[in-house]
Design a protein around this ligand. Structure first.
Ligand SMILES: *Cc1c(COP(=O)(O)O)cnc(C)c1O
Length: 427
């Protein structure tokens, strides 16, 4: 059978998608194009590029060849049509909502979200005139009832922070489709190796590439992936459906079809708001993605063994890990994340706030820090840190109550991870 009759598999795409030997030097690894600007062949070409009549590099705030490889790679891994690389996960979210919302409009978001996203949506976005309504994705009726005529986007995490809970993406996508609004999925904790949101009805995917995609805790980065599915000619999305005077009356939704969203986020959002990704970070993120399938499988396998151990530990009141049989989200995990439930989960330390703080401080192999998705095992006490700015009720709704410890299980030998937890719980 000729090779081209089989589409490349995920691990092949993780190594190769978007990349080719450098045409001028033959360099096999994608070079870091550490340049701010690109020379035009002539003035006509310069004008065509500025007018969006010709694709090509102008200035690294808008496009860069190293970043372009990263964009193609994540689009391939997620099964999207195009992608945009930006400086951080939060920058990705900012550009997505900037493309979707006008002042006075709102986002319907899950209550279980990364703490920084809850802050961004509820505080920073106020200054743009964007509102946010939080609703619990576990209560689908209440979630559907929270859609109003002002709602312009639904925002959820596939595997949600901090508890590693699983969102019923198809049910949420149906709510979005009923109201003809896009479903934006933050796929950071899952990565496309575990969960494929476009296959379950998502329209746009965002990533904090800072986490599992880079995977080694060395680079900030964010990605927006366009599913190419939504009909942006809808006048409720004027950034895409209305003519742009500055581009000679161009209507992005008509001219750019199934890559319109990624193009608008770049040509209107990234161009004007400016959170560009450094090509050096793009290089490190690309290197990380090459081993994504290997790492995610080890993360998930280790996490299941550790969660099983903790569930039987006398100093642990409960473990919330969707990979554990009997967990509330176990069936959803089998459906949406069949290769494993990821690295991140929470458990409740017997004795509450003080016991949780003591445990976190006594760990030695684990690093106490505000991140997930490193090769190293990581730990944090959300109530006193990442979720500190929330009210007590918001903390509990977000799965960040006083006794809660969040771990991101690394790819070390699992017996060393367990030994460290045992000695800390004994302390
Ligand atoms: C870290 C994180 C973000 C924010 O990403 P940054 O790269 O830190 O800006 C968003 N969503 C989730 C789920 C995250 O874990």
């Amino acid at each position: 059978m000729p090779a081209e009759s089989l589409p490349p598999g995920f691990s092949t795409l993780a190594v190769h998608a978007g990349a080719a030997p450098d045409p001028t030097t033959g360099a096999r690894v994608t070079p870091i194009y550490q340049t701010t600007s690109f020379v035009f062949e002539n003035a006509d070409q310069a004008a065509a590029r500025f007018g969006l009549q010709e694709f090509g590099n102008i200035y690294s705030r808008i496009t860069n060849p190293t970043n372009a490889v990263l964009e193609e790679r994540i689009a391939a891994l997620e099964g999207g049509t195009a992608a945009l690389a930006v400086a951080s996960g939060h920058a990705a979210q900012l550009l997505v909502f900037h493309t979707l919302l006008q002042p006075g409009e709102t986002i319907l978001a899950a209550t279980k979200l990364y703490g920084g996203s809850i802050n961004q949506l509820s505080h920073a976005f106020k200054n743009f005139g964007w509102g946010v309504t939080f609703a619990d994705t576990d209560d689908l009726k209440a979630f559907a009832a929270a859609v109003t005529p002002q709602t312009k986007a639904i925002f959820v995490e596939s595997i949600a922070n901090p508890g590693g809970t699983i969102t019923d993406l198809e049910a949420i996508a149906n709510i979005a489709k009923t109201h003809k609004i896009p479903l934006v999925v933050d796929n950071t904790l899952a990565s496309p190796y575990l969960v494929r949101p476009f296959e379950h009805g998502a329209d746009i995917i965002v990533h904090s590439a800072t986490k599992f995609l880079g995977g080694q805790g060395n680079s900030m980065g964010g990605l927006i992936v366009d599913g190419g599915t939504f009909d942006w000619r809808d006048p409720r999305y004027p950034m895409l459906s209305a003519p742009h005077a500055e581009y000679g009356g161009l209507v992005i939704a008509e001219t750019f079809g199934n890559i319109a969203f990624a193009l608008a986020a770049r040509a209107l959002g990234l161009r004007d708001l400016g959170p560009a990704l450094s090509p050096f970070n793009a290089f490190l993120l690309l290197n990380g993605i090459e081993t994504l399938p290997l790492r995610m499988q080890r993360h998930s396998d280790n996490a299941l063994i550790v969660a099983t151990h903790l569930a039987q530990h006398h100093k642990v009141d409960w473990v919330s890990y969707a990979g554990l049989p009997g967990d509330r989200y176990y069936e959803l995990a089998r459906k949406y994340s069949p290769l494993g439930a990821g690295a991140v989960f929470t458990f409740g330390v017997h004795g509450g706030y003080d016991a949780a703080l003591k445990t976190v401080s006594s760990l030695k192999l684990f690093s106490l820090l505000a991140n997930v998705g490193d090769t190293r095992s990581l730990v944090i006490h959300p109530a006193s840190t990442t979720h500190r700015q929330l009210t007590d009720a918001q903390k509990i709704a977000a799965g960040a109550g006083p006794e809660v410890v969040r771990v991101s299980i690394g790819i070390e030998d699992v017996r060393d991870i367990i030994a460290d937890l045992d000695q800390a719980l004994a302390a």
